[in-house]
Design a protein around this ligand. Structure first.
Ligand SMILES: Nc1ncnc2c1ncn2[C@@H]1O[C@H](COP(=O)(O)OP(=O)(O)O)[C@@H](O)[C@H]1O
Ligand SMILES: [Mg+2]
Length: 209
């Protein structure tokens, strides 16, 4: 299956190993197949408040969530990457870093840190670890949203289409992620507020549930 570079506005695909679907020829088709898959996970975790049982925030579930978001499309979904990426830690450090993140998350929750800040940090550290071959941005945003929803906050409505393609929103988003890499969370928090909006919350419990 060769991509057709002649289709304007549609980037040809490069690494198709592990693609479960036949007939995908362009990035646009792939994006929409992935979006459909991700939508199922959104329904499962964000339509109603998830429970500690449905979203236990343990290591197997972190992987399972990625599998649920991308497993219809990619055979490697939910499996930790084995290759180096330009973002992210070394492959052999991923599991330990994810365990450390889960411990930090529990500590943040018990420390009186606000729920929004917990979500910002969770989002950033998860994407910084970059556990999977692809889909880390979408998975880390989802993870933060499940955390918000589980604790009575409002999930953030990220403009997923513009954030995933060249756009000014994507530029500010990436700048915010890079600032967070340098321990400055202000811009990423501002984006969480812009697309989440403290005003939209219903009855948050401050992350203590
Ligand atoms: N310097 C960085 N540090 C941490 N994360 C980054 C950095 N640059 C980009 N990212 C994140 O990596 C994501 C891209 O990773 P990728 O696995 O392709 O996710 P997706 O396929 O969901 O976009 C971006 O959306 C962004 O969140
Ligand atoms: Mg990607």
């Amino acid at each position: 299956m060769l991509p057709d570079p002649a289709i304007p506005g549609q980037t040809p695909l490069d690494d198709l190993s592990g693609l479960r679907l036949e007939g995908i020829r362009t990035t646009a088709e792939l994006n929409s197949a992935e979006a459909e898959n991700v939508r199922k996970a959104v329904l499962k975790y964000l339509a109603a408040r998830p429970t500690p049982r449905s979203a236990p925030f343990d290591f197997p579930w972190l992987c399972r969530l990625h599998g649920e978001m991308f497993g219809d499309v990619w055979a490697w979904a939910g499996t930790l990457r084995r290759g180096e990426t330009n973002i992210g830690c070394r492959p052999h450090e991923i599991q330990e870093r994810l365990h450390a993140l889960l411990e930090d998350l529990r500590a943040w929750k018990g420390s009186g840190m606000g729920l929004e800040e917990q979500a910002v940090r969770l989002h950033h550290v998860a994407v910084q670890i970059h556990p999977f071959r692809n889909g880390n941005g979408r998975w880390s945003r989802m993870l933060a949203n499940v955390w918000l929803k589980r604790h009575g906050g409002q999930p953030i409505e990220w403009p997923e289409t513009t954030i995933g393609t060249a756009s000014t929103v994507r530029e500010s988003y990436l700048q915010a992620i890079r600032a967070a890499d340098a321990h400055d969370y202000a811009a990423l928090s501002a984006l969480h507020q812009r697309f989440g909006g403290r005003g939209r919350r219903d009855t948050p419990d401050g992350g203590k549930a």
